[in-house]
Design a protein around this ligand. Structure first.
Ligand code: SF4
Ligand code: SF4
Length: 434
């Protein structure tokens, strides 16, 4: 007798292996530190993003855009080649939905991702309690991408976790529970934006999960029809998005390969070759050979190479020190008690290095201007940014009524003066304010 239980096929074993690796990576990443710096931490209050050893400051958001563009192009490239590989094998939505469905299968006897007709109430309660517990665990790690999990754990243990952090943890828990426990693959069907535009990325050579209609039809009981499909309906029953792959390629198919395993199991049982449902291209189904090097694949690969090269070049040109100058807009200039004119500025300094650095601030031309600040030299911890409020005073004799004078702020490492950054700004005299 044919069984609707998940079939232990080759893809299913592979998928569990891939799921396990991905879950370990997703949960481990917030804990990983390199030279004391997080592997990935989007520290919004601290206004810096740690991404794979690179600390990105708000002034360098182009790095983040390049990373996002590179990931998007890599997704396009692999989608053009292998269809929805991301959805079926790497998307956290699929991976965690599988884990939640596994819990339900164990406790309620789900057939893949659907519950049986009748389930004892205590089993339902237990299932949801387990889902909430898993959601709290997943939610904690999700928030861990935005706030150090070490800090959160210490704050939790000492009872000093802030209301905002508690709120984020609760929201992440609820989100994980609703998404992976209740929505599951309905998210892929109705909400995922990637599912909507992937049709544009596919062509006739793209690998998709497809039914071999020529071999399977006409379908019916074994021995009574010529086709290999015995119309057992298992492929449809195991499908988490509840589609019938025999009706052709559909938007809802996330290429999870469960129908391949189910059908291979059926073919084995009836003594027919496996592969009635398999990874194949439309060209392959018509007897042709897949062309791997196609214009769209080459275009995506070229754009990806361009982004990677730009990223590498920007990284190579990056200085471990950064500075932006901001004028005090509230007061253009100020007349001192001795009659000299002064302008206020804020210097946004970044130490992008993983070492503590000491920087000296200066102003040029020195013979014309003096820099007044209570913070010079500036000691900056590793990967830190500070705001230094400075006052620039024109030495006597500068107020010739010309108005605005170019000045240059200079910041240099105290022990390595060659490590320095200069930024131009304008000094406003009374004549320039009119
Ligand atoms: S395609 Fe395979 S699993 Fe689906 S109904 Fe036909 S024989 Fe059954
Ligand atoms: S049709 Fe097959 S591959 Fe597509 S979602 Fe359903 S079970 Fe997964």
């Amino acid at each position: 007798m044919l069984s609707a239980r998940p079939v232990e096929g080759a893809f299913r074993r592979l998928r569990w292996g891939a799921d396990t690796i991905l879950i370990v990576i997703l949960l481990a990443v917030p804990w990983i530190r390199i030279d004391g710096q997080p592997l990935i931490l989007l520290d919004i209050p601290g206004r810096k993003f740690h991404v794979f050893g690179l600390t990105i400051f708000p002034q360098e958001l182009y790095f983040l855009w390049m990373i996002v563009a590179g990931l998007a192009l890599a997704l396009f490239f692999f989608t053009a080649l292998g269809g929805r590989l991301w959805c079926g094998w790497a998307c956290p939505q699929t991976v965690f939905s599988d884990v939640y469905a596994l819990v339900a299968r164990r406790l309620q006897g789900w057939s893949r991702s659907r519950p049986p007709g009748r389930v004892a109430p205590w089993r339902k309660v237990l299932t949801h309690a387990c889902w909430v517990a898993i959601s709290a665990f997943v939610g904690f790690h999700l928030v861990g991408y935005f706030r150090s999990p070490y800090e959160m754990l210490a704050a939790l243990q000492s009872g000093e976790l802030s209301g905002a952090s508690m709120g984020f943890l609760a929201a992440a828990t609820v989100l994980a529970y609703l998404d992976f426990g209740l929505l599951r693959q309905n998210f892929c069907k109705y909400l995922c934006p990637y599912a909507r535009f992937q049709g544009v990325l596919f062509d006739r050579d793209t690998l998709v999960v497809a039914y071999d209609e020529g071999r399977g039809e006409p379908r019916g009981k074994k021995g009574r029809v010529d086709g290999d499909c015995i119309d057992c309906g298992l492929c449809q029953e195991v499908c988490p998005t509840e589609i019938d792959i025999r009706e052709g390629l559909q938007l809802e198919c996330i290429a999870c390969t469960q129908c391949i395993d189910a059908c291979d199991g059926v073919m084995e049982q009836i003594g027919r070759p496996k592969g009635l449902i398999a990874y194949r291209s439309l060209v392959g189904l018509e007897g042709g050979t897949i062309r791997w090097l196609r214009p769209r694949v080459l275009v995506y690969a070229g754009l990806l190479a361009l982004v990677v090269a730009s990223f590498g070049a920007s990284l190579g040109a990056r200085k471990p020190l950064g500075m932006e100058v901001e004028r005090n807009r509230a007061m253009l200039y100020q007349r001192m008690a001795d009659g000299r004119i002064g302008n206020a500025f804020t210097l946004h300094l970044q130490n992008r290095d993983r070492e503590q650095r000491v920087f000296r601030l200066g102003i040029e031309p020195r013979e014309s201007f003096e820099l007044v600040t209570g913070l010079n030299p500036v000691l900056m911890p590793p990967t830190s940014n500070i705001e230094a409020r400075v006052f620039v005073v024109a030495r006597n004799g500068q107020d010739d009524g010309l108005g605005k004078i170019d000045v240059r702020f200079v910041v240099e490492e105290i022990t390595h003066p060659d490590l320095k950054v200069e930024r131009e700004s304008r000094f406003v005299m009374p004549g320039g304010a009119r």
